[in-house]
Design a protein around this ligand. Sequence first.
Ligand SMILES: Nc1nc2c(ncn2[C@@H]2O[C@H](COP(=O)(O)OP(=O)(O)OP(=O)(O)O)[C@@H](O)[C@H]2O)c(=O)[nH]1
Ligand SMILES: [Mg+2]
Length: 305
Amino acid sequence: MDNNVKTKSAFITIVGRANVGKSSLLNLMVGEKIAAVSSKPQTTRTKIVGVSTKGETQFVFIDTPGMHRPKNKLSGHMVKTINDAVADGEIIIMATDCTKKISEHETGLIKSFNAKKMKVILVINKIDLLEDKSALISVISEYAKLYDFDEIIPISVIEKDGTNELMEILEKYAAYGPHYFPDDSVTDQPERVIMAEIIREKALRCLNEEVPHGIAVTVEQLNERRDKSGEDILDISVNIYCERDTHKSIIIGKNGAMLKKIGSEARSELQRFFRIKVNLQCWVKVKKDWRNSEAMIRNFGLSDK
Ligand SMILES: Nc1nc2c(ncn2[C@@H]2O[C@H](COP(=O)(O)OP(=O)(O)OP(=O)(O)O)[C@@H](O)[C@H]2O)c(=O)[nH]1
Ligand SMILES: [Mg+2]
């Protein structure tokens, strides 16, 4: 070890089944909402890097899609992203939902930890939903039978319960080495990706059934200008893609009401995040069965390559 190196870093990969709160945990750890969160499974589609630098230590969190059985080419890429992230991972957080039984996707992930005897911290989330906290004992013992987890920590991301303790534990896993990102950065995602994800998240939250899963958002135009009163405005024009004409009319809604709702929720968050007044224009387009088109998946930046 170089005695002059005072800085530390830790790379922490967050995996788990869908909807357990992986992205919520990433956002909390980083202190900014950089990953989309919704109650719909398969919200996250790609690897998302979140950075948090506390004093000498830089934590690099890698959020991944929820493990599931691939249904189309897009979800094939998502599953490959998860498997690659596990294979490359230094420290793994396996996030679970304490109200759900252990699933085949979780036992599958645990098998992949076994092969490399990986350092895995089991984070049992959503303990706020347990009326009787003693139920945790059996949840913990069920998981402990399956793997020799380095730590098992029950938390609630929503209530920030146990999350400081989790951060303190992660500190122990940091190793001497350089900081890989600027100390003030929170993510390596380009602005356009963050913008598109904010809009996709609002669409996910507003829409039901199969419509949200077939949505992709691209930022087509970005322009910053000063209006007559001297205020800075960011003009953002986006395409919201869906897979069917019927989905397009649902997204637009009666007299455009749904698109208006998605747009206005997105605009508020865009203004908060980028600290500038936003003028958002959304166009809805159909790309039939794009989730089975390698070219479209690549075009939307969703390929694992
Ligand atoms: N009650 C409760 N809900 C939570 C907690 N953490 C996250 N959630 C909710 O769980 C849902 C899923 O959260 P996400 O962070 O999107 O979950 P994810 O694991 O990233 O999901 P995928 O990206 O689909 O794999 C959202 O509705 C969150 O608000 C928690 O501690 N308690
Ligand atoms: Mg997620």
